[in-house]
Structure formats: structure tokens, C-alpha cells
Design a protein around this ligand. Structure first.
Ligand code: NAD
Length: 482
């Protein structure tokens, strides 16, 4: 059993009231960590530490912050294997994903924003005819609360923490209660890298009525950057209203993946499989509604189902595993409930759909890739986020129809289109209301680009200059020249 503590003002601490909770591994649902359970008192202490550190940290030359953040990145690289193992034990994703994708992205997030903060500029607005010169100053925003989910635990935490720190803010992070371990390891790394006390703090615990909510209502927190469910975003927005915090939300999705009749089928099948089954389908960006042109529907589906059946489900520490366990028994039940619902609503189960209980898998929360044909976009399973390896497939006849189906959703996070036709690609990209549209690819990211969602999928954007604008406050300085 690992002991996981808060990290406040440079020190590892138990909760003020001594409370703890047990974290289990989805691999076998056995306890792996005893975790400090934060309350409002711990949030108070962390916010005070972050406020105390702010003056010094915010006034450093970005080049000085850059040196420290690069050191943090180097230590993440040095401890990559250990971090990846704990991420997989805590979350269930295949080890190769933790080690070769998530942890390198953590280091990349840190280096990218550390460098970016040195490059950013501001505008001037000259009116020489009026002898007025106006220029913009951007100042670090203050104390930021960073609330993150369990599906990419350290990667998504670093996506918030790296820009916040690089642009001169101090941070109180509240990681997901299901996956607390790597956030604490990251805090140790920050201390080892020489980050001043109080610049980065971690308080563990739950959301509603607990540490998470205390962060969102705290009068001395200037902003909340949150990634998680859309309903949680609404709760945070309401909780933060009395203290009028700046908010940035990255939330749920039900993205459409559109396969056109002229698509490169090999690429479309492989990309679409990844688009729903990677990370057990526990991906906000997943292309969970698969729209296939009627003329290729049957052939595509045959290949897609064969592909789904070839994905190996198993222990995430096994090098051959592509689909690990779902995060918790409750979440597995929730996903199985949607599988029942899909059948009640008239979708046709083509593969998967049943929990794997063979051998050691009986101890964990394993569900194989599951594919439904004959889905209709009005079904609840096509409107609600399932957040598991469940693909709903439906045919379309015209690209306008596919776009209309894609837009018939409360969400607008991502989308994919597979086509060889430039006009079709541009039309879909322009007309689908979504934060990211991938053309003939999936999951490719440029960290300078805006990231976020339309509608219930997000509020604001992060990435590159978008993060710069979020984590800084703009000031207009107006000078009358004589
Ligand atoms: P969640 O909303 O249940 O929890 C996310 C975080 O919010 C956790 O740290 C939790 O403790 C905290 N929280 C919950 N209620 C709170 C409250 N009332 N006040 C303050 N904090 C609170 O989400 P989850 O189940 O951890 O993650 C899955 C969800 O995240 C899915 O909907 C997924 O689509 C979404 N997600 C979105 C993105 C994106 O970039 N758009 C990325 C990953 C995950």
C-alpha cells in the first residue's frame, strides 16, 4: 500500500482532520493506496500557500521559470517508467500507453509552455494623430485551481499546471479521487526540481461537498481550470459564481466519426478503431458515433468488427494488451447499462457487450470492444456519453445528412472525417460545430492550436496563446504623448 499525501507549501502532509480514503486498482479492484482525504481546511492551507508564493513567482523572468519547468520535465523523463507503472496500476490503461504516450506528453506539456511563455507578445495601438499610445500588458492571473479527471490523470493535470506555472500563476491542484498517485509523485518531482514552496500544491479528495467544491468556492482563488463531465462543469460554474472566478472547462463529448464513400478504407478502419477503443474508450474525444456512407456500410462494418475482435483485452501490464480494465466496478455497471439500453432501443449488437470474467480477468472490470449497428441518432445511447469501448454505427446517404446528424448533439468536442475529396473535407470541417475536426487522422495534436469544445463540451479554449490569454489578465495602458 502506498501512502499518498497532500503537497502544501512544499511539504507532504496528512489531512488536517486526519481523514483518508482507499484507492483501488481497476486491474483487480484491490487496494493500492491510502490517500489523504482533503477538506475545506486543507484547501484553505493550500490556497494560502499559493497566494503567499504568488508575488515572487509571478515577478520572475519567464526565462527563470522556464529553467525550473524544464528541470521538472527532465525529472519526469527520468522517472518515466515508475510514473507509467503507477498510472497503469491506478487507472488501468495499457502500460505502453502510459509509458510511451502519456508520460512523454507530460514532459512535452511542461517544455512547450515553458518555452511559449518566453515567446508571447502583446499589442500596441498607436494613434499618433491624437498623440495617444495604448499598449497591452498581460499579468499573471493569480491563484489557479486545477481540477482534473481520471482518464489521463497526469497528462491532463500537466496540461493545466504547465501553462499556469509558465505564465506566472501559482496552483492548487485537485486530482481525480480515482487516480491520485501520479499527481503526488509529480509534486515530489516539482520539489526536487527546486520549485519554490507554495508555487504548486496538491490536495486530494472528492468533488461535491469536499475538497473540489471548497476550491471552487474559495474567495482567494482567481480561476478554475477544469476537465471532467459536463454536469460537473455546471455545478462548478454555479459554485464559482458568487466569487466570480475566471473559468475554463474541457468537458464531455459524443463525437461523430464520418466515413465517406471515397475514404481510404484501410486508414479509415484503423483510425476508427483507435478512435473509439484506445484507452478502453474512456476518452472525451472518442468518435463514439460512427457514420458510414451507405454504399460502403456493410463492407466497412465487416472490417471494423473483425478489427474490434482482434484488439486484445487483458491485464494492462501485459505487453500485448490493447484494452485494459474500466476504471471501477460502478463505471463498468454504468457502461453495461448502456449496452442493455442500446438493445432495448433497437440497435443490433455485432460483437462484445459482455464483461470478461475468464481467469484473472474476473477480478477486474474488463469489457471487450463492443459494436452496435442499426443505431439511430435519436437513441439515448447516441446522445449520452457512455465513456467506454462502445461504438454505435449508423449509415448516411448524403454529406449534408451526415453533418446534420453530427450536429444533432448537446456536445461538440471533436470529430473525424475520412475522405479523399478536399471539398468534402473543408465542408465538414466548416459545418460541424465542434472544437476539433480531424481529417483522415485521429488524436493528432499541435499544442499551439485551440483545444476545447462547443456547447456542453467546453467553455473557452486552452493551448498555445489560448492558454496565455486564460492564465493572464489583460491591462490597457493609455499614454497621452505631448
Ligand atoms: P468528473 O466530472 O466526475 O470529475 C472530474 C474532477 O472534478 C474530479 O477531480 C472530481 O473530483 C471533480 N469534481 C466532481 N464534482 C465536483 C464539484 N462539484 N466541484 C468541484 N470538483 C468536482 O469527471 P470524470 O468522471 O473524472 O472524467 C470523465 C469525464 O471527463 C468525461 O465526461 C470526459 O468526457 C471528460 N473529459 C473531458 C476532456 C476534455 O478535454 N474535454 C478530457 C478528459 C475527460
Amino acid at each position: 500500500m502506498r501512502r499518498v499525501q497532500h503537497f502544501i507549501d512544499g511539504r507532504l502532509l496528512a489531512s488536517a482532520d486526519g481523514g483518508t480514503f482507499t484507492s483501488t486498482s481497476p486491474v483487480d479492484n484491490q487496494p493500492i493506496a491510502e490517500v489523504a482525504e482533503g477538506t475545506a481546511a486543507d484547501i484553505d492551507a493550500a490556497v494560502a500557500a499559493a497566494r503567499g508564493a504568488f508575488d515572487h513567482w509571478s515577478r520572475l523572468d519567464p526565462a527563470e521559470r522556464k529553467v525550473m519547468l524544464h528541470r521538472v520535465a527532465d525529472l519526469v523523463d527520468a522517472r518515466r517508467d515508475e510514473l507509467a507503472e503507477w498510472e497503469t496500476r491506478d487507472m488501468g490503461k495499457p502500460l505502453a500507453l502510459s509509458r510511451d504516450k502519456d508520460m512523454p506528453r507530460v514532459a512535452q506539456n511542461l517544455r512547450f509552455f515553458a518555452d511559449w511563455a518566453e515567446q508571447v507578445s502583446t499589442s500596441t495601438y498607436a494613434k499618433p494623430w491624437d498623440q495617444v499610445l495604448t499598449y497591452e500588458l498581460r499579468e499573471p492571473l493569480g491563484v489557479v485551481g486545477a481540477i482534473s479527471p481520471w482518464n489521463f490523470p497526469l497528462m491532463l493535470l500537466s496540461w493545466k499546471v504547465a501553462p499556469a506555472l509558465a505564465f506566472g500563476c501559482t496552483v492548487v491542484a485537485k486530482p481525480a479521487e480515482q487516480t491520485p498517485v501520479t499527481a503526488s509523485m509529480f509534486a515530489e518531482i516539482c520539489a526536487e526540481a527546486g520549485l519554490p514552496d507554495g508555487v504548486f500544491n496538491v490536495v486530494h479528495g472528492f468533488g461535491p461537498g469536499a475538497a473540489g467544491e471548497a476550491l471552487t468556492t474559495h474567495a482567494d482563488v482567481d480561476a478554475i481550470t477544469f476537465t471532467g463531465e459536463s454536469a460537473t462543469g455546471s455545478a462548478i460554474m454555479a459554485a464559482a459564481a458568487p466569487t466570480q472566478k475566471k473559468l475554463s472547462f474541457e468537458m464531455g463529448g459524443k463525437s461523430a466519426n464520418i466515413v465517406c464513400e471515397d475514404a481510404d478504407l484501410d486508414a479509415a478502419v484503423a483510425g476508427s478503431l483507435r478512435g473509439i477503443f484506445v484507452n478502453q474508450g474512456e476518452v472525451c474525444l472518442a468518435g463514439s458515433r460512427l457514420l458510414v456512407h451507405r454504399s460502403i456500410h456493410d463492407e466497412f462494418l465487416d472490417r471494423f468488427v473483425a478489427g474490434a475482435e482482434s484488439w486484445t483485452v487483458g491485464d494492462p501490464f501485459d505487453p500485448g494488451t490493447q484494452v485494459g480494465p474500466l476504471i471501477s466496478p460502478d463505471h463498468l455497471d454504468n457502461v453495461l447499462g448502456y449496452i442493455d439500453l442500446a438493445q432495448q432501443e433497437g440497435a443490433k449488437l455485432l460483437t462484445g457487450g459482455h464483461r470478461r470474467t475468464d481467469g484473472a480477468l474476473a477480478q477486474g472490470n474488463y469489457l471487450p470492444p463492443t459494436v452496435f449497428a442499426d443505431a439511430d441518432n435519436s437513441m439515448r445511447v447516441c446522445q449520452e456519453e457512455i465513456f467506454g469501448p462502445v461504438q454505435l454505427v449508423m449509415p448516411f446517404d448524403t454529406i449534408d445528412e451526415a453533418i446534420a446528424i453530427a450536429n444533432d448533439s448537446d456536445y461538440g468536442l471533436a470529430g473525424m472525417v475520412w475522405t479523399q475529396d478536399l471539398d468534402t473535407a473543408h465542408k465538414v470541417a466548416a459545418e460541424v460545430k465542434t472544437g476539433t475536426m480531424w481529417v483522415n487522422c485521429f488524436f493528432v495534436r499541435d499544442l499551439r492550436a485551440p483545444f476545447g469544445g462547443y456547447k456542453a463540451s467546453g467553455l473557452g479554449r486552452e493551448g498555445g496563446d489560448h492558454s496565455y490569454r486564460f492564465f493572464t489578465e489583460a491591462k490597457a495602458v493609455v499614454m497621452k504623448l505631448s
